[in-house]
Design a protein around this ligand. Sequence first.
Ligand code: SF4
Length: 456
Amino acid sequence: MVEDLGCKVNHAEAEAVARRLAGRGVRIIDGHRGAGHRVAADLVVINTCTVTSIADQKSRQAVRRARRANPDAEIVVAGCSVAVDPAPFAAADPAARLVDARTTGALDAELDALLAADGPLPTAWGVEPAAPAPIPGERTRAYVKVQDGCSFHCTYCVIPRARGPERSLTPDAVLEDVRAALARGRREIVLTGINIGTYDGGDSAPGPRGSHAWEALSLAGLIGRILAETPVERLRLPSIEAQHVTDELLDVWAASGGRCLPHFHVPLQAGDDGTLRRMGRRYDTAGYAAVMRRIRRIVPDAALHADVIVGFPTEDEAAWRRSVEFIEAIGFAGLHVFRYSPRPGTPAVRMAGQVDEARRRARAEELLAVAARLRRTWAARQVGRMLSVLFEEPAPGGGSDWVGHAGNHTLVEAGASDGRTLANVIARVAVERLAGDGDRVAGRCDEFVASATVEA
Ligand code: SF4
């Protein structure tokens, strides 16, 4: 193990595979060290991504690279890209085991079959853990998958074909994963899913109306149960569709006493109604703006982030200008900018009015400049505030400062006056000034927050 490409769901799945293998006694080694240090593995698992044509390409390269470095290994290829189009992977490595992500449990079954075979336990490809943990990629926060698949069929998106229709994990399964992550010392839980707002409790029995079990059949109810039944300190959502930001969900946020973090990533994709309609999105700009206002009213100072696709077919100059104006007017704290990438088999590839690559690039550059300005504006607003920060790694430059994310996702640098290491430490930081390119802040630690005691 464990190479994951793409989104937080892929990351959560890769971490779960690493844990599962480590739990079966498989030694995890580092596949990303310099070539001179590379250790051949007996088993490599690659979780592929198909969100763009570049992601497909990188996924195939990862498989070829893994085979070159590990000629005799069992190579298991899972994730979205191989589910949508297995042929290029079969061509890249005829000996690889290809897993279809649309079949629930297919990857686990494949690994179980490999581990059940006679012979010594395999050495997987990943990051060598300092015994007995941590698991590769997991240091301060854990990604806990609560939902998979999507039935929305936006006209540019191939994910529903890769992942199949929506399905949810039961609240009990989610709670077990949350408790296990907290027991491993993770101080922040990020709930992940392909379309997380469709969470419906999976095949759990609803129980009597008004009971916890019944409430947990929605995302808000699930989060209510996590807050009530675990000592989680920080809970974050990576991304949620605008129409799923319900009053019920925001009420849970408001009542959480700061444990639900003031950060909402709500994909926008375009700030023009015609483009949104042709994208098959289920809101218009007025509806989206109303959601942003509601978040700000109920969770004051929440950071609002969004994804935007530039150069979608039919996005002419007038639509593009409307989109930029709308984005500026919302005043996001950050943007993820994607150039439209035609995905085979989607309705968008057949639309008239395709935008050429040069214009897609130019629009991406323009929007990235807007995003950088919005990030700096957001950072400047944090100066003088007290932020709760989870520290992750030493700050660049080799000093004694550390870097971490505040609850509102602002990047913060600070050090402890006694020079202690701040790895996986939560502290209240008095923000004093802008740092980096003005898109992060620096300050001093005012108070450290003890970790909650957690039973496995
Ligand atoms: S909501 Fe739309 S963009 Fe998101 S995974 Fe589903 S189809 Fe794709």
